[in-house]
Design a protein around this ligand. Structure first.
Ligand code: ZN
Length: 288
């Protein structure tokens, strides 16, 4: 019994990261990772994923809590929804363009969110009928209530400014946040990181059961987030994008594609990371 609990405790401890404040500046150390958590986030997730990274990369991984995400989102759910519609509506279809003109919309980018939503509703009603239009209304109501988005670039800048720079080896700061993020033409993103830089933000908003409607499962959430962090870390370390669609770092167009990838790196990525780190990766490839 005691032995059993000691074993369980050891496993738990093995997954616990040290606080970044306690990091020693080891002369031989080339690179380390600091997982940043936010007060409103899931701290266990940073420990879980950080431990996998530590095993794979064979470097020190620390954790630090910082309150760098503003409470106010950069855009609300309705604006985000309208932006999604703007991209999806069948512009240049003759019949659709005639309908848009009738609604007073000449240029989709100049139209207000309200105009876009009204146009989409009319279009859906014409094409699919009342029930589809009602479904659209419900989706908009859901978006208004549940979806707020933060601009990824702004968050990265705020993360950079959230603490005084430290001496010591190069440190990758990877923030793990529950907030949904977007940038430019990307209506949402799983992560955003500086190319060959030290700062990145990974959002697990769209990986979580609250968003997908799945039954909550820690392992699934951790694996999805871990794969995204491998992508972001590779970007920060200048590891080229892989050509293998099975690689954990392959670009996913959707959550389904993200799930379909394994959580292992392809040989090219392993070689790329090894070059950036200056040593071979762990055999485990992140498996526990
Ligand atoms: Zn790869």
């Amino acid at each position: 019994m005691l032995e059993e609990s000691a074993r369980v405790l050891n496993i738990a401890n093995a997954k616990k990261l040290e606080a970044f404040a306690s990091a020693k500046d080891d002369a031989g150390e080339k690179l380390r990772i600091c997982m940043i958590t936010v007060p409103e986030g899931q701290e266990w997730l940073a420990h879980e994923i950080g431990a996998r990274l530590r095993e794979l990369f064979k470097i020190n991984v620390y954790v630090e809590k910082r309150d760098f995400v503003p409470a106010q989102p950069d855009r609300g759910g309705v604006a985000a929804f309208a932006e999604g519609l703007r991209g999806k509506l069948p512009w240049h279809d003759l019949q659709f363009d005639a309908l848009a003109a009738k609604e007073g919309i000449g240029d989709k980018d100049a139209a207000t969110d309200g105009q876009i939503i009204a146009l989409a509703r009319r279009h859906v009603q014409n094409q699919e009928g009342d029930r589809a239009a009602e479904f659209l209304d419900k989706s908009i109501q859901f978006a208004a209530k549940h979806t707020s988005q933060w601009r990824a670039d702004t968050l990265i800048a705020r993360l950079m400014l959230s603490a005084m720079p430290r001496t010591g080896p190069r440190t990758l700061y990877v923030a793990l946040i529950p907030q949904d993020i977007f940038a430019g033409n990307n209506n949402f993103m799983f992560g955003s990181a500086q190319a060959n830089g030290d700062y990145g933000v990974v959002s697990y908003h769209r990986f979580a059961a609250e968003f997908t409607g799945e039954t909550p499962k820690r392992e699934r959430l951790a694996t999805r987030t871990y794969k995204q962090i491998l992508s972001s870390a590779g970007h920060m370390l200048g590891v080229p994008r892989p050509s293998s669609p099975l690689c954990a770092r392959a670009y996913p167009a959707s959550l389904d594609e993200h799930d379909a990838k394994g959580d292992k790196l392809c040989d090219d990525c392993r070689a790329g990371f090894a070059k950036a780190l200056g040593h071979e990766l762990g055999d485990s490839q992140g498996a526990r």
